[in-house]
Design a protein around this ligand. Sequence first.
Ligand code: PMP
Length: 477
Amino acid sequence: MGHHYGYVSERLISGGLLPQRRRERRPDATAAVPAIEGLDVEAMRSHFDFPATGRIVTNNAATTQTPRELVDLYRRLTPWYEGVHRGQSTASQRMTERFEESYDTIATWINAPSRRTIATYRNTTEAINAVMYSLLTEFRDGDNVVTTLVEHNSNFVPWYALAREVLPRFGRSVECRVARFDHDTGQLDVDHLAGLVDSRTKLVCVSGASNFLGSKPPLGRIRAIAHAGGYLQPTGERGSLLLVDAAQLAPTTLIDVQELGVDYLAFSFHKMLAPFGVGVLYARGPLLERSLPFLYGGDMVAEGKVGPDRVEYGELPWKFAAGTPNVLGVIASAQALRLLADLALAEDPPRFESRSPLCRADVVAAMNRVNSHVAGLTDRALARTGGIPGLHTYGPPAGVVRSPLLAFTVRGTDPRDLAAALDEQGVEARAGCHCASLAHRDLGLDVGTCRLSFAAYTNNHDVDRAVDALAAIVRRG
Ligand code: PMP
């Protein structure tokens, strides 16, 4: 089994898809803009089709572009196309091996102890719902969940629904508490959150980075607050569970789930270069071992252990993988991580399509480069938009750690008109509430904001084009 896919790597290298391609840089209009030290952004862009269209892709917080290699990967997997975990055929065994290895790659990416702590779902939203449903039966009358006004609806509505709609039908009263944020800085009011957490707080749910304000809460402090609440979990452990929505954190920030001490962490691969369709839930192993699955059915049961009176579930992580999974999507998602490491580090040997385990040190180096690259872009955008009359940017000021996005309003202009005018100039922005409905409402921003957001492949030219277009639109009035 060991060499089944070796040919793919060889083809990739000899076909020039990996290091050679990096050397064949195809300078375009952006060539005059020096690359930020550390990450060769022009080399990275040569792996994507969108630059050739002239699009200024600045809506990356919603979804990132996917590199050619990942789309081609689907084609390359088809000669041995088969389902996983359900066949004696060599094809099924090969696919199973690739599928399962993907869990190892994902685990390494976030420094999870093993594949046993990784569950895949359709996206962040489904992963958070999986936590909600698997904890459903554990809530006791009088418990509460603490979340924040900064959350994406994906990390608020499930908790609202749990407290207000689901548990009342079981006769249980559970409160959903919501922590404030500072309107000027966009930072979560951690003191307010601390005041909401008490000995009946089963779970604290926060986003690692806001998709509207760009603020990043101090997760270490929040971990300590959750712990200090002293909630008595069914295992006898003390402290509230901590769930981090990492949908905006994972794409450009190094994540170490063990260092963060999180109980649950969720993110989506469609924001991390992979095609649509796969999200991850990391959960501490002991939690997954004892908690009920979210989905029941085939594939998640132990072989030969299903009877009318007793059903045993499969080993982790397969207990959380009911039904036929998104086999190709999971493989492509794990390969997206390997490719991102290749593109960020540009050193051989390639990690993409390699059968060797992904090296954590490479993940650290790659994500540090990506992070400092996007921080530079964000500072540049903040500095350049600062001079546009009537424009107000929300969230932390330049120089403060934030995710690579800017949400703003221009006095007297509907954000949707701004986004449409930008689009006429080829600049892709997004207007609306970005599903951060609570924070927009809290700020009285009923019509929403306009947002520009950057990715690892964004260059200075993209930022300048976007800001220049914005300035021209505002000047025109
Ligand atoms: N949380 C945050 C902070 C997000 O930005 C998003 C996506 N906009 C989500 C959750 C939901 O992600 P998905 O739509 O992939 O479930």
